[in-house]
Design a binder for this molecule. Structure first.
Ligand code: BTN
Length: 246
């Protein structure tokens, strides 16, 4: 099936859409009603029962890999734009969690299996209830049904998301992340935000303050000294305290 420039492959059940997408050409989309071995970041399982959006977008990345290094943030931006069109206010948790009211609504898993493209796996809870599958997710995960009375159908949501991603991909083609930085920096919710960064075995605390023009993370320490961290150095960011709401 085709949607504009995208070629869609739909399955009732897959182990992981990212694995099925790995051999497909750019502008392919793999969609599954459920996954039996959905994968999250850091080797965690991703619960993917029916009722959620489980898909992988094969994004062409012509030129150097460095040009595309902030692609995870750009995919996050596409998800936030799509949620905006349903009047759901979401924010990003660096590098690629989508949060609503401090609970995780969606996660992204970007994997490069091929020099010419990246597979962007997107998992978004629509009407499925992740906490009913794993009680550890109680109070941590959320679903779209909790934030809007009229939950969009999965396929309608996917079409908007594909449109949004194609536009963002176009904007990134020439200047990489630079064009998107201002918009991305408006996407973190109130800043600065207290965080702990995991760099190898080291834990670094400070205030997350957004990203630089090249997409690197900006951290302020207790003395207001700024440090810059490329995403490649940081395996994880934990939010340690919510800013007071204004
Ligand atoms: C995370 O937050 O840890 C990332 C979760 C990514 C889940 C999606 S669901 C579609 C795609 N297929 C997978 O196996 N994982 C991603």
């Amino acid at each position: 099936m085709k949607w504009k420039r995208w070629r869609l492959f739909h399955y009732r059940e897959l182990a992981s859409t990212n694995d099925t997408a790995r051999e497909l050409p750019g502008w392919s989309v793999v969609l599954a009603d459920r996954q039996t071995a959905g994968r999250g970041r850091h080797g965690r399982p991703w619960h993917s029962s029916e009722g959620g959006l489980w898909c992988s977008l094969v994004l062409p990345t012509p030129g150097s890999a460095d040009h595309w290094r902030a692609l995870p943030l750009a995919v996050g931006l596409a998800v936030i734009h799509t949620l905006d069109s349903y009047h759901v206010r979401a924010r990003m948790r660096w590098p690629n969690d989508i949060m609503v009211e401090d609970r995780k609504l969606a996660g992204l898993l970007l994997e490069r299996f091929h020099p010419d493209h990246v597979v962007a796996g997107i998992g978004l809870n629509l009407v499925n209830d992740p906490a009913s599958e794993d009680t550890e997710l109680l109070g941590i995960a959320t679903r779209l049904a909790a934030h809007t009375p009229s939950v969009p159908g999965r396929d309608a949501f996917l079409c908007l998301l594909l449109d949004s991603m194609a536009k963002i991909q176009e904007r990134m083609k020439d200047s990489g992340i630079t064009d998107l930085v201002e918009e991305i920096n408006a996407m973190w919710g109130p800043l600065p935000r207290s965080v702990t960064l995991h760099r190898g075995n080291e834990l670094i605390t400070g205030d997350f303050s957004g990203i630089t023009d090249s997409g690197d993370l900006i951290l302020l320490d207790a003395e207001n000294k700024t440090s810059i961290f490329p995403a490649s150095q940081i395996s994880q960011l934990t939010e340690t305290q919510n800013p007071p709401s204004s």
